[in-house]
Design a protein around this ligand. Sequence first.
Ligand code: URA
Length: 291
Amino acid sequence: MASRASAGVRLQKVLAHAGVASRRAAEAMIRAGRVTVNGEVVTAMGTKVNPARDKVVVDGSDVAVERETRVYYLLNKPPRMISSASDPEGRPTVLDGLRDEISERVFPVGRLDWDAEGAMLLTNDGDLAEALLHPRNSVPRTYFVKVRGVPPDAVMKRVASGLRLDDGPTRKADVKLVAVTAKNSWVRMTMREGRNRQVKRMWEAVGFPVLKLKREAFAGLTVDDLPMGACRRLRPREVAVLWDAVKKRGEEKRNATTETQRHRDLTGKKKGIRKGKRIQGLLRKPVAGSR
Ligand code: URA
């Protein structure tokens, strides 16, 4: 059985470090009963394992729990390729053509549709992948999009200010009309979220279907210098910038939350606390020595 010792490492973290999947995808694998530890299926989320001793298997294949050197590649994904590590329908994946170039077991960070092209990060670093994809960190993605028709100003504004989709409202985005042809338009948009088929769904919602989609930049990394289908290893400096980006956004959000909470504490303007009925206990006293 998996070790329950507090010194163990959480199973999803072990899988992410081994390059099996991002931490969130690893959690889904565990929940789905695809993971065994020392021969037993483990579905409990808090399970810890001892990487030096426990045998971890996913879908019948041993997981090399020894931590590999973390590697980072930027790919200019061509269209007509699946952006996952494998495809049950046997379609070509973004990793198929890269086996000679990348010896480590990397996985794509996030998704691009089969017919979409552009910037795609590949790594075996589950922690960074998780941080880049987490909505809390609002990592920017810039798309160059061809839509059918010519969206008028009012539509551009609707897309920029946020739309209601099946899975909730979209965040504000920077959206610019870049070029107009006889029947179609090219739009550049930068978004700070990346839900499934989000760009296509947004333009469908306003009646201007997407004909072509290229991700020009992901988390500030552009594919300007990369021919279609080519990939390059990131420089250590670029990896550091990615980490800085997610840490900075996390800190900004945390500070903003603290400020909002402080305001609520002081004013009592919080759900369930009526004006004029401020609860004294909510007023935080400064802790001696804190600033
Ligand atoms: N939005 C989409 O609709 N498709 C992609 O591939 C990426 C973002």
